[in-house]
Design a protein around this ligand. Structure first.
Ligand code: GN1
Ligand code: MG
Length: 373
């Protein structure tokens, strides 16, 4: 039996441990996530849904039951809102499928955690925002997501302590640099200075979050464009990949989206000339986002909105470089230099944001004025 057939049989076995409707036709790898392994489960019958199967990365997610409980808390809150608004709760929010034992995951003999959710049909997903219209729809999508969750008071379990917390990231950074386990530090003096030069500025921002001057709410924490589905008309449909829903500042969601949507190149572009921040896309996303969120965001949040784009892009430069120095233990890589290539591309994006920062702030203020007129 070939390995591929054996693997598909194993996967079918796992799927059959969940409460699915219909018979399995095929289970095939899907997408290019850096963290989990994802498979599309097709069912034979026309009228039954297909499913998404995931093996969660257990070295990153140490508390998969906690994570899945967070996802259930968030999706049931969203579904209630969607139903009240006359929407379709199975298309506009993720639906977790329970295992035979009634749990939101299944654990196999290797102690791997598997999860299953409904596949949302007729959606379109993008790896890059190629038009202002799409950026605008993406902004509305995350804005609505945050708005619907603004009154969710039940605290979520902190399954990734310090996730977008730059103080924590600097602690990890200092440790990795100290250990220098694969002796890569010697060739990276310039890259390391990019991080050190911005240490104070980034910590100052995070202190506002620590002191509650910038509030903590329900946040997605991975708002790049491929984590939102659009419909055929280009409208936002559903926010997906809820692994990292946490209580944090909503600025991180906006900032991470800016990192992803406004980049004229790839996250790991080898040609740095391709990489820059596109102001038109920045404006369009900001407009969509603020239309949905201006009613509850505080003055302080608005003041730091543009800054959050720099903050998250900086964090990503740090995380890619740190993983490279650490010997590539966190992100999946496609070549030995991949994390360094990512570092350079994200740094180029950060520089472009820094160059345009004044204008970014102006656009946010303009947008606020228009919306409150
Ligand atoms: C990871 O696996 P993926 O692509 O959803 C990472 C994000 C990073 C992103 C970089 C849990 O997300 O924080 O921003 O890669 N997720 C985790 O593209 O670390
Ligand atoms: Mg993710």
């Amino acid at each position: 039996m070939s390995n591929i057939i054996r693997m598909e049989l194993e996967l079918r076995n796992i799927v059959s441990r969940f409460q699915i409707v219909g018979e399995i036709e095929s289970v095939r790898p899907l997408g290019e996530g850096f963290i989990n392994d994802t498979f599309l489960v097709k069912t034979k019958q026309e009228q039954t849904s297909d499913y998404l199967l995931q093996r969660k990365n257990k070295s990153i997610f140490k508390d998969v039951p906690g994570m899945m409980q967070n996802i259930l808390t968030v999706t049931s809150h969203l579904k209630e809102k969607i139903v009240n608004n006359g929407g379709d709760p199975e298309r506009e929010a993720m639906t977790v499928v329970l295992s035979d034992e009634g749990l939101p995951y299944f654990t196999d003999s290797k102690n791997d955690f598997w999860t299953l959710c409904l596949f949302i049909k007729d959606n379109i997903s993008y790896e890059a925002a190629d038009s202002p219209e799409l950026a605008y729809a993406g902004g509305k999508g995350i804005g609505k997501f945050q708005a619907m969750l603004a009154d969710l008071k039940k605290p979520l379990t902190d399954i990734l302590p310090g996730f977008h917390n730059i103080r924590f990231r600097f602690e990890q950074w200092d440790e990795v640099l100290d250990k220098n386990p694969v002796n890569r530090k010697k060739d990276l003096q310039e890259e390391i200075s990019w991080i050190e030069e911005r240490r104070e500025e980034m910590l100052e921002f995070w202190q506002l979050v620590e002191e509650g001057i910038i509030p903590t709410r329900v946040t997605h924490n991975d708002t790049k464009i491929n984590n939102i589905l659009f419909d055929k008309d280009g409208n936002d449909l559903c926010v997906i990949d809820l692994d990292t829903v946490l209580n944090s500042t909503v600025l991180n969601d906006y900032g991470d989206a800016m990192r992803s949507y406004t980049n004229t190149g790839l996250e790991d572009d080898e040609n740095l000339d391709n990489v820059s921040m596109n102001m038109e896309l920045f404006k369009a996303y900001t407009k969509g986002y603020l239309q949905e969120t201006i009613s509850f965001l505080t003055e302080k949040e608005l003041e730091y909105l543009a800054f959050s784009a720099k903050y998250i892009t900086f964090e990503q430069v740090l995380r890619f470089l740190m993983d490279y120095i650490d010997g590539d233990n966190y992100y999946k890589i496609k070549s030995p230099q991949h994390n360094l290539i990512r570092t350079h591309a994200q740094y180029k994006l950060l520089r472009s944001m820094e160059d345009q920062f004044e204008q970014m702030n102006k656009e946010v203020m303009e947008c606020c004025k228009e919306l409150s007129a």
